[in-house]
Write a protein that binds this ligand. Sequence first.
Ligand code: SAM
Length: 660
Amino acid sequence: MAGNGARREPAAAREAQIEGIIESVRQARNFDFRNYKRATLKRRIERRMSDRRCRSVSDYQALLEKDPSEYDNLLGSLLIKVTSFFRDPDLWEQMARKTIPQILAEKRAGEEIRVWSAGSATGEEAYTLGMLFAEAMGPSFGTADIKVFATDLDEKAVGYGRRGVYTAQQIEGVPRKLRERWLEPEGGNFAVKKEIRRAVVFGVHNLTSDAPISRLDLLVCRNVFIYLNAGLQKRVLTRFHYALRRNGLLVLGKSELIPFAGKIFEPADLGQRIYRKNGRRNAALGQVRLVNLLEQETVSRADPAEPAPTEQFHRDVLQAIEAPVIATAPDGTVLSWNAAAVGLWGRPEAEVQGKKLASLGVPGLTGELLVERSARVREGRSPREQSAGSIARPGKPSVQLQVVVMPLRAIGSQEIQGLVYVVQDVTAVAELQDELRKVSSERQSAHDELQTINEELQSSNEELETTNEALQSANEELQTTNEELQSTNEELETINEEMQSTNAELDATNRELAARTDEMNQLAFLQRTIIRSLSSAVIVTDPKGRITLWNLAAERLLGVAEQEATGQNLWTLHLPSLSRAVVNRLRKALGQNQAIRGEEVHYEMPNGAKGQALVAAVPILDDGDAKGAVILFDDTTRLRSVTSELTQLKAKNNGSRQAD
Ligand SMILES: C[S@@+](CC[C@H](N)C(=O)[O-])C[C@H]1O[C@@H](n2cnc3c(N)ncnc32)[C@H](O)[C@@H]1O
């Protein structure tokens, strides 16, 4: 249905528009659905309309014009492709047990075997055939000249079949033993093994217009005819007749009920709708002729010939009979045409006598009766044949005839001297039969319809299952993603906790560092205060001689203020009280990492005051690496002068004592 809000066009207009769509498909894609059953086509078109949210057929027609890719979807929907491996197991059981062994038994060693799965959809039917032949033939299958043609109108379906890879669900119908032997896992699916694939040949083929594959031993065409109307069914069946070899088998399957099939083929198994071409030798010619008749729908006519004499007695009897009776010579020349025949056909005996009956175009006497059936009786193959015919009457129902043809024998002789045609007016019976036929044809269409609906239901079911699977897999995907997110979350929580504990550790370390820094600052202050207050001049340098410490005593002794000295290079700094020689000596010793201890140096202040000092210079080494130096000047000027005063006083004292 095209949705609840669909605008309903008047029925006739809608029908015409549906025909328009079918015509557009023919023009755009060269697929001719004109002779397919309307009910199915309509449902499938309406389904596409609903999928594409078209409220009317004309909206859908407009969509097809605007978006030609929709033709592909429509075609996919019109060609219903429901199929499966070993679909209808009873049939395959019968094929494996009887039909296939029988075909193989009729073959000579090395002779070609040709099989056709017509309308094979996605290939399951063709591979089923392949597997059953492989099973029946055993090891010889690998080298045999066997071909299973798998054809369909739907190109995509053919491509799918050619790949030969099916899901676990698709192969469910394959019996376990065959599954293990002929299928192999491939990326989560199952591939048909190459021994079978080698034998199956895929191709796109239209059963209604392409030349059929020929010289077939077996033709399987199931669930295809149900979509075709009666005319097209006959056309395709006639083609199948040509496609099969003599004695070749046609399998239509249980769903197909085509009475016409029984007319041109000999039933081999009516339950499974298996037919044989030209089964009995003497029937072969007849069947070929019948096919010709059906194909050409013409009747060949015989040439007139000379009339043969007949007995007066016979004539009298014939004239007396109320039913129309015609007697002919063995070659069909009319010998007698009784009064009832004159009454029925309105032609006097003189007009028809001596002429070939088949050439007279007598209404109600069919070509089949006059040619095929008459030949059977004439040749003694049949004691009696009968056939139905009709005579049209303008403005009235036609007259229905039942014609029986029998041999005309001379008394006491078996020799056939001619044929007698006895005609019965069965209009009333025929009307009843017609009624019966109509009812059974309606039953047949209802059955077909039901079958189609069943197929559609199955296809919808499969689609639903696919959607369900897609939903399930989306759900699984979501669950997986969720689980991944949960695990990421847990990881993040762990990292967070670790970071919190690292932070706490860092805080503690920071606090400790701050305490240490305070301590260090205090120590540095203490050290600086002590050094500043020392009476000896103290200078500390870095490895390059840059002054880092310069105390108050150094200011006094060397005559440079702390601010000026700190940061300067000792070896280039002008020291007013020290000679350059002293500075160079200190530099040289420290440059070689050597210490100078207790060396006396002389100094002179800019104000002229002179003095001496003891100098000690010690390199600061760390594992042999020079890190700087400490230089101390101890002013000994006062000590010297006190010592010399003491010496003088001692000398004076000694002198006075001696004088006393
Ligand atoms: C329901 S499937 C039958 C598949 C298989 N034979 C089975 O019975 O399992 C019908 C198939 O007939 C194909 N078909 C319809 N019209 C056709 C045509 N004119 N020529 C060839 N194949 C046709 C469709 O494409 C579809 O694949």
